[in-house]
Ligand binder design. Structure first.
Ligand code: HEM
Length: 389
């Protein structure tokens, strides 16, 4: 696939993907400069008609104007300010501490067993637990939520009936309706209570809006970081020099985390709809056209990254677009980074060697990219790791 994306970047950076009898065509934008220019231009490229292909192809997003990611303008700004009060580095300090201790515990348990599925047994427990902590989802419901989020967006199997993902989305929404009603009546200090008690546009948010935003936090906050962590381990297994660089302390946690984000790019695309005709590289994007922005392609742009196909944990600068850009820049960016660096730090501290002991399984999705299974054998670190000496 790399050659396909490289060919598009080079020869056809604003490519028209024709429609079918049932769905419209859409533009495919692959260069870093074009993707970032469109992301920072919400006036001409709106998110309010959906921001992922699955919804854009079917006429738009029912959460438009209500859910943060598909709202533009002043309402977006106001809602984002409310949510940001729970997602800033300062607000997340306690959560970050919990992420580190959960990561450490999961790694210790895995090391006792020796062989584990890194995806199922370790990575899948951290981001969802964290976002569930933020939303104060009761412990007893968490496995159920994990099953639903897994089938709502991506699929472990190529032939999954597409009705199943719709069903899972519906169940998640119903679940959060119940929780929202409880928090309206009896608020705590969690994010649902925050949304239930703060005003946007001079009024309290409608219950449906709260539910949609919870849904988006669960979906945005779970699979993405999880896929990055799994992809990081897989990449280091394949490139032992980078595992050694991590272990030796030759690279900082910050630069390693950013390269993991660039390399894995768990959300391959986001999309916009043009609000007026726009000329780009000799093509006319007409008002109303769907425009998809391919972050995986932009993150390998040879005009921006030296040797872009090299996984280099010390890479600097690293202006990847994995967390987006502009007004919709990822709300959970700090949290995602905390989760990924906690995992890298846990691995370099407690694990001497990681060996792959079975085939990885990739997910099937045109939105998310990564693995749902990665069987590994972990050897414990005895004594201090080189970076501690
Ligand atoms: C927005 C990716 C983690 C919640 C975005 C966007 C990207 C992204 C690319 C921009 C979407 C657009 O422009 O249309 C990622 C990746 C993550 C991650 C790769 C982890 C590696 C998280 C976490 C949360 C979260 C942990 C919350 C718990 C959101 C929300 C938005 C968003 C609510 C919408 C922001 C807005 O529209 O103002 N994310 N995300 N994300 N993300 Fe993340």
């Amino acid at each position: 696939m790399d050659e396909v994306w490289a060919g598009l970047r080079r020869d056809d950076p604003v490519h028209w993907h024709p429609g079918t009898a049932d769905t419209p065509g859409f533009w495919v934008v692959t260069r870093h400069a074009d993707v970032s220019a469109i992301l920072r231009d919400p006036a001409r490229f709106t998110s309010e008609k959906g921001n992922v292909l699955a919804t854009m192809l079917h006429g738009g997003d029912s959460g438009a104007g209500r859910m943060l990611a598909v709202t533009d303008g002043p309402r977006h700004k106001e809602l984002r300010t409310v949510l940001m009060s729970a997602f800033s580095p300062r607000a997340l300090a306690g959560v970050a501490q919990r992420v580190r201790s959960t990561t450490r515990r999961l790694l210790e348990e895995a090391l006792e067993r020796g062989k584990v599925d890194f995806a199922q047994d370790i990575a899948s427990h951290i981001p969802l637990a964290t976002i569930c902590d933020l939303l104060a989802v009761p412990e007893a419901d968490r496995d159920y939520i994990l099953t639903l989020t897994k089938s709502a967006l991506a699929s472990d199997y190529a032939n999954q009936d597409s009705g199943e993902d719709r069903l899972a989305r519906g169940e998640l929404l119903l679940y959060f309706h119940d929780l929202t009603r409880q928090r309206r009546a009896n608020p705590g200090d969690d994010v649902i209570s925050l949304l239930a008690t703060r005003k946007v546009g001079g009024e309290l948010l409608h219950e449906d809006d709260i539910v949609l935003n919870c849904y988006s936090l669960i979906m945005g906050g779970d699979e993405t970081s999880r896929l990055s962590m799994i992809g990081a381990v897989h990449a280091m297994i394949q490139r032992p020099d980078q595992w050694r660089a991590l272990k030796s302390g030759d690279v900082t946690m910050a630069s390693a985390g950013e390269e993991v984000l660039r390399w894995t790019t768990p959300t391959m695309h986001f999309g916009r709809v043009a609000t007026e005709d726009v000329e780009l590289h000799g093509r006319t994007i007409a008002e109303g056209d769907l425009v998809t922005l391919w972050f995986n392609a932009a993150n390998r742009d040879e005009g921006v990254f030296d040797d872009p196909y090299r996984f280099d944990l010390g890479r600097s600068p690293n202006k990847h677009l994995t967390l987006g850009y502009g007004p919709h820049f990822c709300l959970g960016a700090h949290l995602g980074r905390v989760e990924i660096t906690a995992m890298l730090d846990g691995l370099r501290t407690f694990v001497a060697e990681v060996e792959q002991v079975g085939d990885e399984r990739h997910i099937y999705s045109n939105f998310l990219s990564g693995m749902s299974s990665l069987p590994v054998a972990l050897t414990p670190q005895r004594g201090p790791t080189p970076w501690e000496e």
